[in-house]
Design a protein around this ligand. Structure first.
Ligand code: AMP
Ligand code: MG
Length: 340
């Protein structure tokens, strides 16, 4: 059992964070603690990426399998270049275009990174977040910060400090509360060690906009995240784990507007007759259905797909640009997926 600690939540101005607060947080990191902080994608659970004992705390607190490596967050290119053994030209192009921002590059690692940070791989995943709290924290701690999302493994990623507290209260000393994250979906992870780069996880930056910069990139075939799909694990350790499993069951209904609406109406009737509380998430304004909640979808789907209902039926959206990353997360959340 882990020792319970008192979790302090400190509100911080996301644009202009107070130096005193950043210094307090950075001192904890320098002492080998792990803390939660906002980035532009989701909240991170961060510790010193160069210190095996800090990194092992991250895995332990999250309950994350130790072969699922962490993203290392940096605030300047000089530190970045100490973490990797080579920077291919296409990686430089992506960096100049999208950093700071929601894209993580997998590159060959340098020797200074301990094995535990990269889950034993000879590659490292690195990104520069576009959030002043995150950037100032990394600078002030003077270490690269290894940070997965600040949730218990298998739960949806937190997009505000309350989500973090729900999962990690009593387990970490500090949560920096910088308000809701802007993007709400994790970074795109792209493997730059291949001749043609491979997107391992769709995310905040779309495949189309990456291809505009560097030409053709491949998508990893497991993107659709269907359970039971066979996946080549070598390059994408995170993909074998079920993420985004909200406490409610999620049913995804894909198909034409007409078919999807009819299916949703039928399903709801059936589930309600079984006494279930049903929430429907839809892009359709004209859906007339007797559910406990009818939720029009914004872009932060995972934020909505939480605890409150027994069953959540979600209407699928188009697979283009951000839709691709959103559908990937929804498929991971769904217990079943229906195409009509
Ligand atoms: P998270 O920290 O939960 O946002 O997840 C980070 C994602 O990046 C996971 O899917 C990891 O498996 C993936 N990742 C991290 N490091 C590497 C690496 N060296 N090679 C391939 N994928 C990685
Ligand atoms: Mg995560």
């Amino acid at each position: 059992m882990m020792k319970r600690v008192k979790t302090e939540i400190i509100r911080v101005n996301a644009r202009k964070p107070s130096y005193a607060i950043i210094r307090k947080a950075a001192n904890l990191i320098r002492k080998g603690e792990v803390i939660a902080f906002p980035t532009e994608t989701v909240y991170g659970l961060g510790g010193n990426a160069l210190d095996p004992s800090s990194v092992s705390k991250i895995y332990k607190i999250k309950g994350r399998p130790s072969d699922n490596p962490l993203i290392v967050h940096i605030a300047d290119i000089k530190t970045f270049s100490t973490l990797v053994s080579e920077i291919p030209p296409d990686a430089s192009r992506i960096i100049s275009k999208f950093w700071p921002g929601p894209i993580t590059l997998v590159l060959k690692k340098s020797r200074i990174l301990p094995e535990i940070t990269t889950g034993g791989l000879n590659t490292v995943a690195v990104r520069m977040p576009k959030n002043n709290v995150a950037l100032e924290l990394i600078k002030e701690s003077r270490f690269p910060i290894a940070a997965p999302s600040a949730n218990i493994s298998g739960k949806p990623s937190p997009t505000n400090a309350t989500h973090v507290k729900d999962d990690l209260n009593g387990k970490i000393k500090l949560i920096l509360d910088g308000g809701s994250t802007e993007i709400g979906i994790e970074s795109t992870v792209i493997d730059m060690t291949q001749r043609t780069p491979v997107i391992l996880r769709p995310g905040g930056i779309s495949k189309e906009s990456i291809e505009d910069e560097i030409g053709k990139v491949h998508s990893h075939n497991s993107h659709l995240g269907l359970h039971g799909s066979t996946i080549n694990m070598n390059k994408s350790p995170g993909m074998k784990y079920r993420h985004y499993s909200p406490n409610a069951q999620v049913i995804l209904v894909e198909g034409t507007e007409f078919n999807a609406k009819n299916k949703i109406i039928d399903l709801t009737q059936k589930l309600k007759s079984e006494g279930k509380k049903v929430c429907i998430m839809t892009t359709s304004k004209s859906l007339k259905v007797n559910a406990d909640k009818l939720q029009y979808m914004g872009k932060t789907l995972e934020a909505i797909a939480r605890n409150l209902f027994d069953i959540i039926i979600v209407q699928g959206i188009q697979y283009n640009k951000a839709g691709f990353a959103i559908m990937n997360r929804l498929k991971k959340a769904a217990i079943t997926s229906i195409r009509v």
